[in-house]
Design a protein around this ligand. Structure first.
Ligand code: ZN
Length: 335
């Protein structure tokens, strides 16, 4: 490399380093590296003393011009930087309040449900989301050829297990190896392999409640449901009605309807009936008790399974279930 080329390289590097130096520390480092007595430029100048007179003159003069130019640029950068640092700060400008987070509507409702049941002496059980068909279907009286299996489109795993389609799957797990009296609440996520729309999601949340003891009757079930629904929906004046229905795991089965929260004379949510179906329930089928080793001639129980998503939608007036898992801040900010 000729001296000219060497100087050109130093110039390029120095300009780039100076350009990029944005703090006092970097500028100081630049000054030491290029402009100090033992810096790159001085070292270069000392190194040309053996060059020809002609070369000394041209290269030396170029090097000195470069030094002056770099020093000027350096000074101007330092001045700009200091100006920025000395900028006046107006301490009376109001501060920015940090955004405060809050609980998701599903969490709010789930925690309230849990609190209400705990206050009534229930215990809360957490059972697996990845479940065996035995617990999801067989033990709750939905055998292999039962048409109810087709009603619950199921996500099957390669190993024969499945994603639970309802929290009823936890009944067998909890009741097995336990002796009544039992008061259990099983809240959690459930999964259905089906198309989504405003009232259907492939992932949603249920709570399964059950109580097993010697003298349990439908009256106990109605009493518990009434307390829970009125508290969760924040509507002490809500009217409830019960209608007979069929679910494989209960006998008799009942549907709970609550008077519409949004209208007096009919709206889209209640399908113009004034009532909203909300909580399938019933007396636990003797087969289910027998399946988990509890003698149905000695013990009876009730069970119900509610959708936490549906209760949250009714409570907060949410029209589309898909919003709950949308993660959309403009939706979530409203709670
Ligand atoms: Zn209505």
């Amino acid at each position: 490399m000729t001296l000219n080329e060497e100087l050109y390289k130093i110039e390029q590097d120095a300009q780039k380093t100076l350009e990029e130096a944005s703090t006092a520390e970097y500028l100081d480092a630049f000054k030491v590296e290029y402009l100090s007595r033992h810096g790159i430029l001085s070292t270069f100048l000392r190194g040309i003393k053996d060059a020809s007179i002609e070369e000394k003159r041209t290269v030396g003069s170029r090097a000195n011009t470069l030094r002056i130019e770099l020093e000027q640029k350096f000074e101007s950068k330092i001045t700009t930087l200091n100006k920025g640092l000395n900028r006046k700060i107006d301490v009376t400008v109001p501060g920015k309040r940090p955004a405060q987070g809050h609980l998701h509507p599903l969490t709010i409702v789930r925690r309230e449900i849990e609190d209400i049941f705990l206050s009534m002496g229930f215990e809360i059980a957490d059972t697996p989301e990845v479940e065996e068909a035995k617990f999801n279907f067989d033990l709750v009286n939905i055998p292999q050829d039962h048409p109810a299996r087709d009603l619950m489109d199921t996500f099957w795993l390669n190993d024969g297990r499945l994603l639970r389609t309802h929290t009823s799957a936890g009944q067998g797990r909890v009741m097995k190896n336990r002796k009544p009296p039992l008061r259990i609440l099983i809240p959690g996520r459930v999964f259905r392999n089906e198309a989504t729309d405003a009232s259907h999601e492939s992932t949603f949340h249920q709570f399964e409640g059950m109580m097993v003891d010697k003298d349990i009757s439908l009256a106990d079930l109605k009493g518990v449901i009434e307390v829970v629904l009125k508290k969760i929906l924040k509507r002490e004046d809500a009217k409830l009605r019960f209608r007979p229905s069929f679910f494989p795991f209960v006998e008799p089965g009942i549907e709970t309807h609550v008077s519409c929260l949004f209208c007096k004379s009919g709206c889209a949510t209640c399908k113009y009936s004034g009532w909203i179906e909300i909580l399938p329930a019933g007396m636990i089928h003797p087969n289910v008790l027998r399946n988990v080793g509890i003698d149905p001639t000695k013990y009876r129980g009730f069970a119900f399974g509610g959708s936490i998503d549906r209760l949250a939608m009714l409570r907060f007036g949410i029209s589309d279930i898909r919003l709950l898992w949308s993660g959309d801040p403009s939706f979530l900010k409203q709670f």
